[in-house]
Design a binder for this molecule. Structure first.
Ligand SMILES: [Zn+2]
Ligand SMILES: [Zn+2]
Length: 369
C-alpha cells in the first residue's frame, strides 16, 4: 500500500492547501476524461483515495498515527459539483457541465504574394483573391432555416454533457462526457439552413484590397487582423497573413535600403570620361563618369534606393564601375594601342595585395572598407 503523502508528492507536514493543490494538479493529469490510459486510471484511484484521507483532519490524524482510516470505499467522493470544481476549477469550461457554443473564431489564413523590386521600392496597392469562408447570408450565421430556431437537446437537456455513474472500489465515480446527440452544443437544429448546410458560413472567393508598404522583403509576414475566414456559426473572423516574396530583378539587387548595380565602362570612356543616362527604377538618371575612373569605383546616386519599412529616408543607388577591356582589335587598332603603350611609358604589371576579384572589391567599397 503506497504512502498517501508519497502518492500526492507532498511532505508529511503539508498544509491542507498544499494537499489540495497537489491533488488538483494530479487529478487534472490523471482523470479518466482527460487521460484514458489504464495506468492513469489506477493512479487516479490511488491519488483520490490519498486525498480523501489527507483532506479530512480526523482521518489524516488517524492515518498519521498508523491506521488507514476510511479505507477504500469508506471515504468515497464528495458531491458531484465538488469533484468537478476540484478538477477544473469553479466555473470551468464545457466539461464543468456547460454546453459549448457553435460560434467559434475562424481560422487564420496565409497567402503568398510575389512582388517586383519596384513594388518594394515604392510600396504598392494590391487586390488579393483569397479562398475563404464568409457569413451565410441566408441564415446570417444562425445555422437555421429562416423562421426556425435551435431546440434544447432532449438527451442532455441543454447542458451539452451526459453524466455517467460507474460503481468502483472507490464508491460511485461520476464521469461527464459531451452529449453525442447534440455534439455538446446543448441544442439541436431541426431545420438546418439549406444554403450553408447548417454551418452558418459558406466557402467563397473574396478580394482583399491592401496597400503593401515600401521596404518589405522576402519572408516578411504582414498581419491583417480580421481578414481571415469567418468562424462557424458566424463566429469572429480569423486573421489573414500575407507572406512576401520579392522576385529577383534583372539589374538591381538590394542591400539594406540601398540598391546595387554594375556600370560597364569601355576603356576609352574610362580613360577620357563620359556622361551617360541610366534607367533607374525612378526613371532616367544622368551619370557622370570621371576621366580615369577605375574598376571598382562606386558612383552613388543619392535617395534612389528603397524606402525603409519604418522611416522615410530612402537609401541610395550605388553603381560599381567595371572597365571592360577590348578583346578583339584589328591590325590598325592594335598598332595604335602599341603606340599608346610606348608613348605613355606605361608601367608593367606590379604585384599588389590580393583582391577577391572585382565583385569582392566592389563589395568592400560599398561597405566603406
Ligand atoms: Zn446558412
Ligand atoms: Zn445533448
Amino acid at each position: 500500500m503506497a504512502d498517501h503523502y508519497e502518492v500526492l508528492g507532498v511532505a508529511r507536514d503539508a498544509s491542507p492547501d498544499e494537499i489540495k493543490k497537489a491533488y488538483r494538479r494530479l487529478a487534472r493529469e490523471l482523470h479518466p476524461d482527460v487521460n484514458p490510459g489504464e495506468d492513469a486510471s489506477e493512479r487516479f484511484k490511488l491519488v483520490t483515495h490519498a486525498y480523501d484521507v489527507l483532506s479530512d483532519p480526523d482521518q489524516r490524524q488517524r492515518y498519521d498515527m498508523g491506521g488507514d482510516a476510511g479505507g477504500f470505499g469508506g471515504a468515497g467522493f464528495g458531491g458531484f459539483s465538488d469533484i468537478f470544481e476540484t478538477f477544473f476549477g469553479a466555473g470551468g469550461g464545457a466539461r464543468a457541465g456547460r454546453a459549448r457554443s457553435r460560434r467559434e473564431r475562424g481560422q487564420d489564413a496565409l497567402v503568398r504574394v510575389t512582388l517586383e523590386l519596384a513594388d518594394v521600392v515604392f510600396g504598392v496597392h494590391r487586390d488579393i483573391e483569397v479562398d475563404t469562408a464568409v457569413l451565410c447570408e441566408t441564415c446570417e450565421g444562425s445555422c437555421c432555416q429562416p423562421g426556425t430556431q435551435p431546440v434544447t437537446c432532449d438527451v442532455c437537456h441543454g447542458s451539452g454533457n451526459v453524466q455517467r455513474t460507474v460503481r468502483s472500489l472507490l464508491g460511485n465515480v461520476v464521469t461527464s462526457q459531451p452529449c453525442t446527440a447534440c455534439q455538446g452544443y446543448g441544442t439541436t437544429i431541426p431545420y438546418p439552413c439549406a444554403t450553408c448546410q447548417g454551418q452558418g458560413r459558406v466557402r467563397s472567393r473574396r478580394t482583399v484590397s491592401l496597400d503593401i508598404p515600401a521596404g518589405v522583403e522576402t519572408g516578411l509576414r504582414l498581419q491583417l487582423p480580421g481578414s481571415g475566414e469567418v468562424g462557424p456559426a458566424g463566429g469572429p473572423n480569423g486573421d489573414l497573413y500575407l507572406e512576401i516574396n520579392v522576385a529577383p530583378h534583372e539589374i538591381f539587387s538590394r542591400e539594406g535600403d540601398d540598391l546595387l548595380a554594375t556600370l560597364e565602362v569601355s576603356m576609352p570612356d574610362a580613360i577620357l570620361g563620359t556622361t551617360t543616362t541610366i534607367e533607374s527604377l525612378d526613371g532616367p538618371v544622368e551619370l557622370e563618369v570621371r576621366p580615369g575612373v577605375q574598376s571598382g569605383d562606386v558612383l552613388t546616386i543619392k535617395s534612389r534606393g528603397v524606402t525603409p519599412l519604418r522611416g522615410s529616408n530612402r537609401g541610395d543607388l550605388r553603381v560599381g564601375v567595371h572597365v571592360v577591356t577590348p578583346t578583339r582589335l584589328d591590325a590598325k587598332e592594335r598598332a595604335f594601342i602599341e603606340d599608346f603603350r610606348r608613348r605613355t611609358k606605361a608601367p608593367g604589371p606590379r604585384l599588389a595585395e590580393f583582391h577577391q576579384g572585382l565583385f569582392a572589391k566592389l563589395r568592400d567599397r560599398f561597405r566603406g572598407n
